[in-house]
Design a protein around this ligand. Structure first.
Ligand code: GLN
Length: 402
């Protein structure tokens, strides 16, 4: 037996031994297996806007069925440039600074492959969206984690210590990955925090790779600031975004990276050989999506606020301590009141016995012990879905210790 296993390992890349399958996607499969309500993977269970579905149908009917330009349909690149100008005041050359990819997931890994060399370090705030870990391993870069600490009061913020961030920067630091609004914490980085990051990037000659996929999902007075907007950052920032979350089309797989021309050239080369291009008709629909009026985004955020305020009280009533998100559509919770040995045991109990799927906190940390008493819930779901989840979660009530 051992020989067979050793022989099979012989065929594998050593890299893949350094990470596991995505726990988020695994929890979706378990939700299907056990008939659980899926509050694990962050995808909406409600329809996308009618006008963009119509645009996609028209594009297929008009036979936009062959490869788009490798780095993106002109229409879409122009719409991306217009939107960044309008919302963040950043002027972008659609011919030289935009690469459209198969989702922001591909934009992130293409960027990391385009910029990293063996021995490079990448600074990542943790908890972090789980892809960034394997992305770094696949690119031969070494992640250096900087802790975001949970709020201590009901309305507090996740924070980092300036000294810890500074200590993570070295001569061989190539990039920092930023995700604001943040998955899984819901933190929205303030301008002052971004300025601090900017100062370190400039001092250590480091690139900022910023995942801004939740830019329009903001609560109360939270404001999204693109770090590329800050003085000194335009030439050292790759801004990643996509259609998935702003337009509720996670399965379309259209995302993009905006970067200065020389970095864009490198990203385009990697992207071309990885995937050739993103789906052509859906890029046309994307151009329509990006031209939706401002009111669309106001409603989007307002609807998500309602959903957040629907799920959070149900979680609190069931015994969770919730960290209120300022943006994105997840709520991180503390599960210590339930007295489970760890987050994985708890989420297994939740999916099998209670009928609700969530993501174990450990999958967002370099060291799983750091997330052993945390669990993430996604609330990008219809009212009925959240009602049913709340009904099931009530069964947990009374299971808490103390
Ligand atoms: N971003 C979403 C999440 O964190 C979905 C991730 C994915 O499966 N691509 O749940």
């Amino acid at each position: 037996m051992a020989d067979v296993a050793a022989q099979q390992r012989h065929f594998l890349s050593g890299k893949v031994e350094h990470f596991t399958e995505s726990v988020i996607r695994e929890m979706t499969r378990q939700a299907m297996l056990y008939g659980a309500i899926n509050l694990a993977q962050g995808f909406p269970d409600f329809p996308a806007p009618a006008e963009i579905k119509q645009a996609a149908q028209e594009a297929v009917a008009a036979d936009i069925n062959q490869y788009a330009i490798t780095w993106g349909a002109k229409n879409l690149r122009q719409a991306i440039a217009r939107k960044m100008q309008e919302w963040q005041g950043i002027s972008v050359d659609p011919e030289k600074e935009v690469t459209v990819c198969c989702g922001s997931t591909e934009a992130m890994i293409s960027t990391l492959l385009a910029v990293s060399n063996a021995g490079d370090e990448v600074v990542i705030f943790e908890p972090f969206y789980e892809n960034y870990g394997p992305d770094s391993v696949l690119c031969g870069a070494k992640p250096r984690f900087v802790k975001l600490r949970p709020p201590t009061s009901k309305d507090g913020e996740w924070t980092f210590a300036e000294q810890e961030l500074r200590a993570a920067f070295h001569n061989n630091t190539k990039a920092i990955i930023l995700n604001t609004p943040n998955n899984p914490t819901g933190k929205v980085f303030s301008r002052a925090e971004l300025e601090l990051i900017r100062n370190l990037c400039v001092e250590f000659n480091v690139l900022a790779i910023t995942d801004e996929i939740y830019e329009h999902i903001l609560y109360e007075d939270a404001q999204h600031v693109s770090i590329a907007r800050l003085d000194g950052m335009r030439d050292r920032t790759v801004t990643i975004n996509g259609l998935s979350k702003s337009y509720s089309v996670t399965g379309w797989r259209v995302g993009w990276a905006v970067a200065p021309p020389s970095i864009t050239n490198a990203i385009r080369k990697v992207h071309d050989f990885l995937t050739v291009g993103a789906p052509a008709p859906l890029q046309e629909a994307g151009a329509v999506a990006l031209d939706l009026p401002a009111i669309y985004y106001q409603r989007l955020a307002e609807n998500y606020r309602t959903r957040r305020d629907h799920l959070m009280p149900a979680l609190v009533e069931a015994g969770f301590r919730c960290f209120r998100p300022r943006g994105a559509y997840y709520v991180m919770t503390d599960i210590s009141a339930f007295g489970f040995p760890d987050d994985v045991a708890f989420t297994q109990y939740l999916v099998k016995e209670i009928g609700v799927a969530a993501v174990p906190g450990s999958s967002f940390y370099g060291d799983p012990r750091d997330g052993a008493q945390q669990v993430r819930f996604a609330f990008c779901k219809r009212d009925q879905t959240l009602d049913e989840a709340a009904r099931r979660l009530r069964k947990l009530h009374g299971n808490t210790q103390g």
